[in-house]
Structures are given as structure tokens and as C-alpha cells.
Design a protein. Structure first.
Ligand code: CTP
Length: 408
């Protein structure tokens, strides 16, 4: 693969990205711009990639590098991508080796922009980003947070480990399938906490791994993704907007607000079904007589049922998850079918969690039930693989929808 590095301060993070890519066994050719070398010198890129680097077209001419590097790449990632390089790429310029590579590459191309918020938001940059996306490049959204100086805002390079994860996902699929481009999706993840007092809460064992894998997969397929995360300690997936919540009512408010303009919502979170009827402002103390306090609970709102029954626009797809163990009233699948009907969602991903399976594990096994009565078995595999099968089902539902005049 090719790692294009352009002239922004985040170039120093690209050294870490390169390290992660080569450690995972990838053969990486680094193509920096002249300005990138003002931040991090050629010896760093050469030492970490094990190959010479060049910024120029007129070097090693017999090797025709300006054509060969792009033609033979399986993936090109430009990280960080400055406003200037994206502008040059959007206009098809070829004034250095990297822009030549971008013109000759026929493999998936990913841009991870990093710049000040004002530069990112400028109409010129946004138009260039739109052009690159229209032509099939994956331009991920910058992260929010601390920028070069003391200021904060949108424009940070996502964590190198997450960019490496995105590269691995695209390479594993062997293609950049950008079938969610132009779609806005909302994914919830993690387990909510219902506080009894300032230090104690009722919670559950959800790790957030499946929701994060879903968000990552949707971003890799070109979607604009909002991840509503309840008490998850995982790092933010590259290109994904993360909204953090704690309780079920906070999760509900965030999901409802984010869902208004969403084309699809996937409720992978495990919201607590019950909350204490009262919250003690001070820590609850042990009684001197050894008696234990009783906790009175009330039911939380059912977010999945609410968004399924009150869709903000026709055609919005809602996906739920069901963690079932099966019981005397029915098997795992029977309980899943009943839940799909009760909740009113389009798809229900049913996990068998008897015996502590699934929670906190990298792998998952599921059956995806559809409201039309069909089902898809997903054999045991990574949560990334299950995520892509779920998005395959969602894109299938999108394409089954009648097109409006506007879409035509
Ligand atoms: N869910 C939700 N709001 C809740 C509880 C659950 O939106 N208050 C969603 C979960 O995110 C998941 C689905 O509903 O997508 C299934 O959750 P589950 O807890 O299995 O469903 P329950 O309705 O609580 O059914 P049960 O009585 O079997 O626990």
C-alpha cells in the first residue's frame, strides 16, 4: 500500500501509523510531499518503511515511479491530508509524486484530513472534499479536539491505530465498497448506568465492541456516522462522530436527537431496562443494625420501540439487537421473532448469550431476522464481519425502497 503524507503538523502521527501498518505485515511505500518533509524528515520514513522515499517525479526515472507506484498499489491512504493536497487532487493536478500516484491509482483511496477548523469548514475545502467523494475516494471526517495551538475544534487526525484499523478493514474486504456514501447512520453502543448515589450504579456487561465495529464498518463504506456511546472506553473510530452518554434517558435523548436526519439507526447498546425511582445526592451509608436497603425500580423508556414506531421520515431503517438465552416460554429464535414484532424494527440481530457468550469477546455469531419473515444466519466470526453483513442487509432495504423524484 501507499502512505501519502502531506505537510501538516499531524505528519508526526503518520510515523506511528506507518509503524502500525508495517507491524501488521503490510508492504508500505511512503510518498511524502515536499512540505511533509519540513515536519518529519525522509530518514524517518525510510527507516520505518524500509524503502527509499521521494517527493519528486524526476527521480529514479528508469523505474517510472510516478506511474508504477499508483498502478501497483492495493490501497492509497493520505494521512494527514492537508487542504492544499486535497485541492490539488480534486483538480487533477500532478505537480509532485503524490499527486501523480493519486492519478494513476485504481485501488481504493482514503484521505484522512487534518487542518484547522476554519480551513476544513471553508467552502473551497468542502467543495474539494465533495468532488473527491463523488469520484469514489473515501474522505473521512476529521476528529474533534485539541488542534495545533491552544484551540480545539474539528480538524484533528483520528488516532493512528484507528486509521490502521480502517486500512485493514478495506484491505480485508479487498475493495472499497462505498455503498453508504451520502447516508447518515446512527449507532448506539455500550451499556447504560443508572446511578443510586454519586458512587454506585446499576449496569450491565456490554463492552461496546459490536457497536464500535458497526460504526467503523459504516464509516469504511462511506457513511456519515454518529456513534452514541454509553460508558465505553474504546478509542473513537476514524471518521466517526462520538456522543458520550451514561444513563438510558441520556441515551434516549441523544439517539432521538441524532436520528432525526438519519437514514438508518442501529441500536447495539444495552440500555438498562430499569432505574432506581430515587437518586440519593449523598452516598448511601450502611445501617447500624446490619439491614440492607431495598432499591425500588421503575421502567426506562424503550428507545428501540419508540424510534421504530415513530419514524422521523418514511424509509428510515431501524435495526435492533436481542441478547437471548431462551427459556421455558420459547427458544432463542422464537423469543427473537416475538421481540421483532413487539419492537416494530425492520431487522433484529439475535445473539445467543447463554453461558456468558458474546460479551466482551471479539467474535460473534448471530441470526438476523427481518420483518418480512426472512432470516440470515451469520456463522461465528469477527464482530467486523457481522457488522458488514448487517450493513449489507440495510443497503438491501435501501435499494428495495421506491425512488422518489428527487432521488431519480
Ligand atoms: N433497547 C432499547 N431501550 C431499552 C431496552 C432495550 O432501545 N430500554 C433495545 C436494545 O438496544 C436492543 C433491543 O432493544 O436493540 C433489545 O433489547 P432487550 O433488552 O433484549 O429487549 P427488552 O425489550 O428489554 O426485552 P427483554 O424483556 O427480553 O429484556
Amino acid at each position: 500500500m501507499v502512505l501519502g503524507v502531506t505537510g501538516g503538523i499531524a505528519a508526526y502521527k503518520a510515523a506511528d501509523l506507518l509503524r502500525k501498518l508495517t507491524e501488521s505485515g503490510l508492504d508500505v511505500t511512503v510518498v511524502p510531499t515536499r512540505e511533509a518533509l519540513r515536519f518529519v524528515g525522509a530518514p524517518t520514513w525510510e527507516a520505518l518503511s524500509g524503502k527509499p522515499v521521494s517527493t519528486e517525479v524526476f527521480e529514479n526515472i528508469t523505474d517510472v515511479p510516478h506511474v508504477r507506484i499508483g498502478q501497483t498499489a492495493d490501497l492509497v491512504v493520505v494521512a494527514p491530508a492537508t487542504a492544499n493536497t486535497m485541492a490539488r487532487a480534486a483538480h487533477g493536478m500532478a505537480d509532485d509524486l503524490l499527486t501523480n500516484v493519486l492519478l494513476t491509482a485504481r485501488c481504493p483511496v482514503v484521505f484522512a484530513p487534518a487542518m484547522h477548523t476554519e480551513m476544513w469548514e471553508h467552502a473551497a475545502t468542502q467543495a474539494n472534499v465533495a468532488t473527491l467523494r463523488e469520484r469514489g475516494a473515501l474522505v473521512i471526517e476529521p476528529a474533534e479536539g485539541r488542534l495545533t495551538g491552544k484551540d480545539t475544534g474539528k480538524g484533528r487526525l483520528p488516532e493512528p491505530a484507528e486509521i490502521a484499523e480502517l486500512c485493514a478493514e478495506i484491505l480485508a474486504r479487498g475493495r472499497a465498497e462505498l455503498d453508504l456514501t451520502g447516508r447518515h447512520v446512527v449507532v448506539s453502543a455500550g451499556g447504560t448506568r443508572e446511578y443510586l448515589d454519586p458512587v454506585r450504579f446499576l449496569g450491565n456487561r456490554s463492552s461496546g465492541l459490536q457497536g464500535y465495529a458497526l460504526a467503523r464498518a459504516a464509516a469504511a463504506r462511506g457513511a456519515s456516522v454518529t456513534l452514541v456511546a454509553a460508558n465505553v472506553t474504546l478509542s473513537d473510530p476514524a471518521g466517526v462522530k462520538v456522543v458520550r452518554v451514561e444513563s438510558t434517558s441520556e441515551l434516549r435523548d441523544a439517539v432521538l436527537a441524532e436520528s432525526r436526519a438519519a437514514d438508518a439507526i442501529v441500536m447495539a447498546a444495552a440500555p438498562a431496562d430499569f432505574r432506581p425511582t430515587s437518586f440519593s445526592d449523598s452516598k448511601i451509608k450502611k445501617a447500624g443494625d446490619g439491614s440492607a436497603p431495598s432499591i425500588e425500580l421503575e421502567q426506562n423508556p424503550d428507545i428501540l420501540a419508540t424510534i421504530s414506531h415513530e419514524r422521523s421520515h418514511p424509509g428510515q431503517i431501524v435495526v435492533g439487537f436481542a441478547a437471548e438465552t431462551g427459556d421455558a416460554t420459547g427458544s432463542v429464535l422464537e423469543l427473537g421473532r416475538a421481540k421483532l414484532a413487539r419492537k416494530g424494527c425492520d431487522l433484529l440481530v439475535v445473539n445467543d448469550v447463554s453461558g456468558g457468550k458474546v460479551f466482551g469477546h471479539a467474535d460473534n455469531e448471530a441470526v438476523i431476522l427481518s420483518a418480512d419473515g426472512s432470516s440470515v444466519d451469520v456463522p461465528s466470526g469477527s464482530k467486523a464481519v457481522l457488522s458488514h453483513v448487517i450493513w449489507d442487509q440495510v443497503t438491501g432495504l435501501f435499494s428495495a425502497q421506491p425512488t422518489t423524484d428527487l432521488q431519480e
